[in-house]
Design a protein around this ligand. Sequence first.
Ligand code: ADP
Ligand code: MG
Length: 302
Amino acid sequence: MKIAILSRKSSLYSTRRLREAAEEKGHNVLIVDYLRCYMNITSHRPMIIYQENALNDIDAIIPRIGASKTFYGTAVVRQFEMMGVFPTNESQAISRSRDKLRSLQLLARNGIGLPVTGFAHSTKDIDGLLETVGGAPVVIKLLEGTQGIGVVLTETSQAAKSVIEAFRGLDANILVQEFIKEAKGMDIRCFVVGGKVIASMKRQGAEGEFRSNLHRGGFAENIKLTPEERSTAVRAAKTMGLNIAGVDLLRSNHGPVVMEVNSSPGLEGIEESTGVDVAAKIIEFIEKNAHNKNKIKDRIKG
Ligand code: ADP
Ligand code: MG
């Protein structure tokens, strides 16, 4: 098969590993910088041009779209879909996963455990908002944040109010969440491929840090999931319409709760801490499913 990896850089660990795994299985691999693709949107013959060539012989794509490039990146994925190319994750599912509020609303609608979460537009409504999530301590998150930046723990209502006012003063969108203290700075990344958790790791925050992000000095190791955690991760990915997903869970007193679902989960931390050949699992998923092309299957209403 001819497989295109949509990635800005061929030297990134995940991109490199996916290429290796695909080539090992005898596939032809092309790395495509999706920001350098341009498109011809016509009803009878949609086209994508990259480095002066029309990409018209690709069987499957693996989108690795950066969070800040979602708009253009998903347009490129959609164009491939119009051409009947099989994507590991569909454009609609990627867009959906990039909107944190929409994602949490969808997960809640499908009965998936979440930390009690609130959001509001006006600072006039802060008191009520804090009350709905059970009062301090609360975690306040910037909707656009990643790598733990913009995630703040506030111990008192007064501190929470000040932080919310400061963020809103900068016109930043936020959500407010119950603080899952019992997680003790640990979260679980479940790597889902084709409806199965194929690898999972726990990430523990540095001493005195409630955020477990590896970028914040946390460390990762293999973890065995409970059946409930496993099924929560699988259901969360399915709810989002993602074939490939990194589902982040916290162990709370009321069972596993989902924090976020990532549509381009990185391979480095998970392969290193578990020893699982995640890249090979993704290529095997393509081998099993790429013949379903021409059938965009997203049926999620929301
Ligand atoms: P980011 O997208 O920046 O990684 P997250 O929502 O994943 O933001 O939060 C970063 C980290 O903070 C999580 O990995 C987790 O360890 C911790 N955390 C986030 N929300 C909560 C919460 N409600 N209760 C306890 N810890 C949390
Ligand atoms: Mg996170």
